[in-house]
Design a protein around this ligand. Sequence first.
Ligand code: SF4
Length: 270
Amino acid sequence: MAIEKVLIANNTSIIQDEVLAHRLGLIPIEVDPRLFEYMSENDVPNEKNTIVFKLHARCTKGSDRLRVLSSELKWLPNGSELILGTEHSASSSSAKPKTYTSFSCSQDTRPEFSNEPIAPKDADIIVAKLGPGQEIELEAHAVKGMGKTHAKWSPVATAWYRMLPEVVLLRDIEDDEAEALVKKCPVKVFDIEDIGKGKKRATVARPRVCTLCRECIREEGWDKNVALRRVNDHFIFTIESTGALPPEVLFTEAVKILEEKCERVITELS
Ligand code: SF4
């Protein structure tokens, strides 16, 4: 979920409306998007496809500059509070005025949100800075989307992989040499084991943390003691989440999507 529409009621700050809207769009929201539906062009914003936040910040005259943080985005579980422009003049006084959303029930009645109100993942992201007398008042509507449409919908911050390193000792490295080898490695891949009679031997204790920096074979002759390789059919994936979902969930969801794509290709080919 990411902020897609921003309705600006007032903005007297120096940051332009479109820049402000863009900044808001990039704020990660802590909510499981699987609980919401995609909104197509003809859909009306409702409690199943839209999350509404409001932000109202004012820097009073005579005070210091004010930093407007993401924590100022307050969730509106009942939907938009802004009255549609045409409604001001058209609606009768008794009818409930139409707003920019059509929520049939409050989102906080859903069990998933009753104890966990929806909010930005991080409360300290700077949205804008206000000078004395400046004010921002807006409503932000977040919807479900895909990372291929815009990066703001990608729940993954960074993802990369590397091959599993393989560190092999080509001969027994003992005593002072073993101590020297342990000291060479900045990430403590090697350890020392006691082999009795006061003798020590180097072992490869943590090959997985090896960064293949080659420090252990840089000195002349050490390439005959240690071999550094990569296991070419073992990949270590690292996934950083923006915060909406934990990385392990992102991985399993990504695998499901990959499965679906593979099935589609197989169906089309068969
Ligand atoms: S390549 Fe670098 S990280 Fe890997 S074992 Fe050698 S010194 Fe340690």
